[in-house]
Design a binder for this molecule. Structure first.
Ligand code: IPE
Ligand code: IPE
Ligand code: MG
Length: 255
């Protein structure tokens, strides 16, 4: 699979779905499906780093997922704990910075501590930013941003008429991250499931039937190749894009 190294998406976001169905296909329990899914996470992080992707955001656990049966939620915490213990060295070696979005207070105390540590110790790494969405929900994120803005208006820190899209974006947990250029969802579901609702206004969407535990570098390259064939118009017409590109304008069709 050929991809153009000069036209890479800056930011890839992935909804890693299908661990349960993978387990069912292999006649094993859901938890073993999640284990296999964690291996696919390791591989995709490495591949993105190798390819030169600057930002990778992985939907690992939604706020809604925390309502799954207790045994499954506990197993997911244990896997996350293991992932953080085993991968920290690798992240350092590869100069990857780890960040999170979502409410990590809802995670087990162990996992929360390890995340705080991992975020601190990788804070200076600049090759790639890996953002894990954990106990994350897009609507919650937007709602909390709105609440915080209202507080800041009432406190006099900002004025109502100063609020614009850039400022709103800075109140979100993704503040500082560019919007995703490419969203990949595995497992044949065609929905967003409360992921990055604000940020995906102009993201290119790529859906594949591959179940997350089976997702390989080749599948990632296919998604990137599909992205590279698209024309991102941001509401304009093709001719305007060319014009803007020549002028080095804001239209990022050549990311
Ligand atoms: C994605 O796989 C992992 C998480 C949501 C934590 P699922 O567990 O949703 O797998 P399916 O959708 O049941 O196959
Ligand atoms: C989305 O998958 C969340 C993650 C991959 C972490 P879900 O399996 O929770 O989504 P739905 O329930 O199919 O919409
Ligand atoms: Mg699912």
């Amino acid at each position: 699979m050929e991809i153009n190294r000069y036209k890479l998406p800056q930011h890839i976001a992935i909804i890693m779905d299908g661990n349960g169905r993978w387990a069912k296909q292999h006649a094993i329990g859901r938890i073993r499906g999640h284990k296999k899914g964690a291996q696919a996470v390791r591989a995709v992080v490495r591949s993105c780093r190798e390819i030169g992707i600057k930002h990778l955001t992985l939907f690992a656990l939604s706020t809604e997922n925390l309502g799954r049966p207790k045994e499954e939620v506990n197993a997911l915490m244990t896997l996350l704990d293991e992932y953080l213990s085993k991968e920290l060295n690798e992240l350092q070696k590869q100069e990857i910075r780890l960040t999170t979005i979502g409410n990590i207070d809802n995670l087990s105390a162990n996992v929360k501590d390890k995340l705080i540590q991992a975020k601190e110790s990788t804070a200076d790494n600049q090759r790639m930013i890996l953002t894990l969405a954990l106990s994350y929900g897009g609507r919650d994120e937007i709602m909390f941003a709105a609440k915080k803005m209202i507080q800041d208006i009432n406190g006099g820190q900002i004025k109502l008429n100063e609020i614009d899209q850039d400022m709103f974006g800075r109140y979100l947990q993704t503040s500082g991250l560019p919007d995703p250029d490419l969203l990949i969802r595995t497992s044949g579901e065609y929905r967003i499931s409360n992921f990055l609702l604000w940020q995906m206004a102009y993201t290119e969407l790529y859906f594949t039937d591959v179940l997350w535990p089976d997702f390989k570098k080749e599948d990632l390259l296919k998604a990137i190749a599909s992205y590279q064939q698209r024309e991102r118009r941001f509401g304009l017409i093709s001719e305007q894009l060319d014009q803007n590109n020549e002028q080095g304008g804001i239209i990022r069709s050549q990311d």
